[in-house]
Design a protein around this ligand. Sequence first.
Ligand SMILES: [Zn+2]
Ligand SMILES: [Zn+2]
Length: 435
Amino acid sequence: MRASLRRRILLTPADRERSAFVTVPFEVPPGTSRIELGYGYEGQGRPGAASVIDLGLIDPRGSAFPRFPGFRGWSGSARTRAVITTRGATPGYLPGPLAPGTWQVLLGLSRVPPKGVEVEVQVDALEEAGEPPHPLPGPPRPGPPDRGRGWYVGDLHAHTHHSDAPGSLAELAAEAARAGLDFLAVTDHNTTSHLPHLRACSDRVLLVPGEEVTTTRGHMNAWGLDRLVDFRWQTDAELRAVIDEARTRGCVLSASHPVSPGMSWTPGYDLPLDALEVWHGPSGERNLETLAAWQGLLRAGRRVVGLGGSDHHCGRPGRPLASPTVWVLADSLTVEGIVEGLRMGRVVIVAPGVPPPHLVAERDGRRWEIGDTVPPGGRVRVRCPAGTRLVTALGEVEPDAELDLAEHGFVRGELWEPGRRWPPIALTNPIWGRP
Ligand SMILES: [Zn+2]
Ligand SMILES: [Zn+2]
């Protein structure tokens, strides 16, 4: 038995106004082993086209927000077709049992012109599994050796063919190994199809599960997930529900490239975000605006972690991996260790090849590191490499300063090449003076 769907639907600005997503239901009969999905519209894939429509798939478990139990894949506007079988699927889509019942094609209305756009959707549910595209991976590799507590070097923001980059996860992992990284977070857009493959590719480099939750209102990186963080939020209240749900299951969340034309973070910072991407490789001097916003949040007493990422798209030129590079002080070289280091703000962002600058606070023979909170009890001496600018809630202080951190709120370091506007050599996270 086989089932097919061919439908033409007109999507208009009024539809876009109602919701950024439209679903098209179809029936999958018992005994289905392969689903083939495709769509087309005028101008599809052309740079600067008037219409951009995204593609995804939902199984009978449904689309309840924000848990999205029936999520089966998303390719944004990067692909025109996808195949799912029990043993493999087009990257971006999740292989596994193809339960009979009502499935839905998910269309994202990223850009709809005034006259509307006619989209043709095709689905075939087949009994023959055929060749599985991109089969599920082999057994997990042991991963790189864990050196215990220490500073580990990596990159927090990279993409593969599981979303909009041409290169595979294995190619990305090989690049990361050549770059000498200990860890690399793979943050493909709006999917988790890379997650089952991470441990099979983690050999010399620890691959950390991530997702860049990508919307027309801004992008948000999530690390430490075991299933999707819902990307279908549209209102501020829905975003808050997504953040709350993801944080209760241990994810660390960060607004990506907050100042970036067409991709800026528009919901603002009155949200329980863990972090901000204050140094986004491709954003250049626009990062200065984010750096100022971060300082404003810190001064207001918000404990927001500053992070960096290259936004490398594997196999695409530009945006080199590990530019910037991130050092994380972690208890172990494990996913849990790295994610906990991020959450605690034990992070330094540096230009490629720069070692982590040691910023420490000392008092009566005790020492506090980046991410620590100094308990009340008098002034501390802050040690840092020569040339570091020390920034507190009350402004800049002298190097090797003695500070009452309860009064100064926090101290963090910035290292700049003289006369250079961007990039810095290094940005540290704070040592805190208040809980
Ligand atoms: Zn992004
Ligand atoms: Zn990205």
